[in-house]
Design a protein around this ligand. Sequence first.
Ligand SMILES: Cc1cc2nc3c(=O)[nH]c(=O)nc-3n(C[C@H](O)[C@H](O)[C@H](O)COP(=O)(O)OP(=O)(O)OC[C@H]3O[C@@H](n4cnc5c(N)ncnc54)[C@H](O)[C@@H]3O)c2cc1C
Length: 459
Amino acid sequence: MSADGEPRNERRITVIGAGLAGAVLATLLANRGWQVDVYEKRGDPRVAGYAGGRSINLALAERGRHALRLAGGDDAVMAQAVMMRGRMVHFADGRTDLQRYGRDDSEVIWSVHRGELNVILLDIAERAGARLHFDRALESVDFAARRASFRNPASDEVETVDFCSLVGADGAGSSLRAAMARETDLGERTEYLGHSYKELEIPPAQDGDFRIEPNALHIWPRGRYMCIALPNDEHTFTVTLFLPNEGEPSFASVRTGADARALFERDFGDALPLIPRLEHDFEHNPTGLLATLYLERWHLRDRAVLLGDAAHAMVPFHGQGMNCAFEDCVALADHLDRESDREAAFARFQAERLPNARAIQQMALENYLEMRDRVDDDDYLLQRALERQLADRHPDRFVPRYTMVSFRRVPYAVALERGNAQRELLVELTRGHASLDTLDWNRVDAVVRERLEPLAADL
Ligand SMILES: Cc1cc2nc3c(=O)[nH]c(=O)nc-3n(C[C@H](O)[C@H](O)[C@H](O)COP(=O)(O)OP(=O)(O)OC[C@H]3O[C@@H](n4cnc5c(N)ncnc54)[C@H](O)[C@@H]3O)c2cc1C
């Protein structure tokens, strides 16, 4: 306790939300000897079964794996992950093409089941010594008195506990953020994309195997809209249909299972026979909204701080929301451990992470356009071919943006800035060319050396 009786410097923290980020942060801090209490609105998924509701599988990349290695969870997670080497593009005429994400199988992303991942993370958090309290939904906070109240959704009982500081890992609809916003202006702004999503399922084949290539993220790009499918370790695929909210086609025009079948017959012909319960899935699964959440401030003095989706929810098109949230956890644990002044630790965490969150939010929005509209475009394919050549010829200078985001831990803001410079270069160098054969490679190499500084090898 400090002189005014307030518990400032204790290595004690209360985390709201035992989802993906909450469990990882709890593990990282408990492993360093912190006393960690985690309060989760839902029941324990290890007892009650996973009641996720949202996307069933997620793409895990290097940033996320780095955090999992530090938390001691990477091996268990990877044991149930399915490798995705690249995008399998399904063209409207039925052709398919695998566009690799990286150089080889050392540069791939992994499909992991959200529910199984959450269970593994809860196990490691508990093993590390974190105390998990389920069926406790944060309801109100008295920041001055450092007291938080939680309601048990089943019994309706309310429990009030003392805290030193709160960490909001309670997702996009964060209750802690709402409580903080009643104390101070967080500069909150939500931008809706105007597009939503619906999940569908491809079951295993009759012989129990995958129905389509398992080691890829499948995309059916159709201009203003698209479908994607990610493999699950039980040999199913989770298909996500992304459509605008208005116009033709949209969730306003495709309302029933029969409408969905007509859309698939017209636009996703090769996917239709793979989804036997299309009408059922379409009518029973919720339609998910897509939005980007921007905040100017992530912390309230030394009392509370936000991370993950609670601080910076983003659209899912770079598959980085969880990866970014895990990177937040590593950064916050480091700042808390290094800096005994809690408010200063929160401020440093925000200063480090907010610009990077903004950058990945922007790249995620840009990637929607790329996935649904560009992956089958000739100019784009030529630029991609040159990008691969330049990455081979200048591995220290020309690192594709996707590589910086997914296979390295280059700060997102640096990846965005370098990515923009590289994209301008690709457009400039391919202008007026229909193939790479007509390029003057001496000039190309000179331009790369002149415009791009080497990227530090450890980033
Ligand atoms: C369609 C879709 C696809 C996605 N695909 C990817 C992907 O491929 N790769 C990727 O990296 N990211 C992906 N994401 C993003 C990813 O799901 C999120 O970024 C990630 O779940 C954020 O983790 P979190 O712990 O911050 O929040 P959450 O995972 O939402 O966890 C929040 C937790 O807090 C609990 N909670 C909520 N309110 C309260 C309360 N009042 N009191 C106590 N507990 C509470 C919730 O029950 C939950 O357990 C995708 C998202 C969507 C919507």
